[in-house]
Write a protein that binds this ligand. Structure first.
Ligand SMILES: *Cc1c(COP(=O)(O)O)cnc(C)c1O
Length: 404
């Protein structure tokens, strides 16, 4: 590209600056390379463009050096070969649907799936001529009986959102492989650190980078990661057609979070395990839905397949407490905030009405479920906060009259 010199008019010198300040400069930060236009040295290079070639630069929407730096690192963390970035975790989920399915196809989705994924499946079934069916996440090898000739995709989530059942991933991928059905896992809970999907014959892994990868509760991003080039190209084609890209600034925020991710994950894991152990000993809690505890369906698959848990788990309160009392408990917490998303430094709590969220798997519990995300605060302070909020339950129970 032409650089200006003092013979040019001021306006040209502003557009084509003459200075080059970068030689000799080196730092640890990922350079933010912004682009819509990508400039080619000659027309031969333009004519040699092939959208399948990830090594070519084409247009800022598709990739820049900043986004490629991130996709390469994500593929390494997950144990994959290829990664594509999306503006949110949900967008990564929708890219899997649009990349792989067409009218007439069938998709199987776990009943405890991340709710917006369920809504996406329902939408495609209602308006785009697919069928979306839900399966009990603990179905294991029984999934084989649900696979039809039209079934083109099986979703997994391990553990499943909110209720935390850990599926028998190997049994499901074996059944899918036998019938040539693609499997995609929402692997956000493990951050790609504690569960390695490609070692269990999964085809596509989805990460909400919004969570642990960002770590700051301030960036939205998602990714699909694959080992299979054909699948990668299907996802890439859909992403291009839908006009999806991510900002290099956001990529740089996620790149900043990656080196500390494992240390953060292990700290979340340690504090969450300690608090879950303490909560389980409390009379207010009927079930501890943390995969490292035997109460949690699929605990044996967690022990077999996972190397850690991070900060997200759920509890079921004893059925003697009303949903209103559990609301009061949640609102009484001071160090835990009420809010969605997780993966940052701040602890969160949220009650859920599970029975209204599923259609296939029965829900055995009577009490209200609360999902906790354990942040990076001090464990003793979080425990004291929980203990104080739990005391509101007993107070509430004692003032409840017979008419309540
Ligand atoms: C948060 C989350 C998503 C979606 O990520 P966004 O970036 O918020 O769209 C998907 N799956 C799971 C399991 C999540 O927790």
């Amino acid at each position: 590209m032409k650089k200006s010199d003092s013979s040019h008019a001021l306006q040209t010198r502003i557009v084509h600056p003459e200075e080059d300040v970068t030689p000799g400069f080196e730092s640890f930060a990922a350079p933010v390379t912004r682009a819509s236009t990508v400039v080619f040295p000659d027309l031969k290079s333009v004519r040699a463009l092939d959208w399948r070639n990830d090594a070519q630069w084409r247009y800022g929407l598709h990739a820049t050096p900043t986004s490629s730096m991130l996709t390469q690192r994500l593929a390494v963390i997950e144990g994959g070969e290829y990664a594509l970035l999306q503006p949110s975790g949900l967008s990564a989920i929708s890219n899997v649907y649009f990349g792989l399915l067409k009218a007439g196809d069938d998709v199987l989705i776990p009943d405890n799936v991340y709710s917006p994924n369920r809504d996406h499946g329902d939408w495609l079934a209602r308006d785009f001529g697919l069928t979306a069916r839900y399966y009990d996440p603990m179905i294991g090898a029984g999934i084989a009986e649900l696979i039809r000739p039209e079934t083109k995709l099986i979703w997994l989530e391990a553990p499943g959102s909110v209720t935390m059942e850990v599926p028998d991933v190997r049994a499901i991928t074996a059944a899918a492989r036998a019938r040539n059905v693609v499997t995609a896992i929402d692997n956000t809970w493990s951050a790609g650190l504690a569960f390695k999907p490609f070692e269990h014959d999964i085809d596509i892994s989805v990460q909400a980078l919004t969570k642990y990868q960002s770590g700051g509760s301030d960036v939205l991003m998602g990714a699909t990661i694959t080992r299979d080039r054909e699948l990668h190209l299907k996802l890439k084609a859909a992403r291009m057609r839908l006009g999806i890209g991510v900002s290099p600034d956001d990529c740089s925020f996620v790149l900043r979070g990656l080196p500390s991710m494992k240390a953060r994950f292990e700290t979340h894991d340690r504090t969450a395990l300690a608090l879950a152990t303490w909560l389980k000993s409390r009379g207010e809690i009927a079930a501890m839905l943390h995969p490292a505890f035997a109460d949690c369906p699929g605990h044996e698959f967690y022990k077999r397949d996972f190397t850690g848990a991070g900060g997200l788990f759920s509890v079921v309160f004893d059925g003697r407490y009303s949903p209103a009392q559990i609301d009061t408990f949640c609102e009484s917490l001071e160090l835990f905030s009420l809010g969605w998303s997780w993966g940052g430094a701040h602890s969160l709590a949220m009650p859920y009405d599970i029975a209204s969220m599923r259609t296939e798997a029965s829900w055995p519990h009577r009490g209200t479920l609360v999902r906790f995300y354990i942040g990076l605060e001090d464990e003793a302070d979080l425990r004291a906060d929980l203990e104080r909020a739990l005391a509101t339950l007993e107070g509430g129970a004692s003032v409840r009259g017979p008419q309540d």
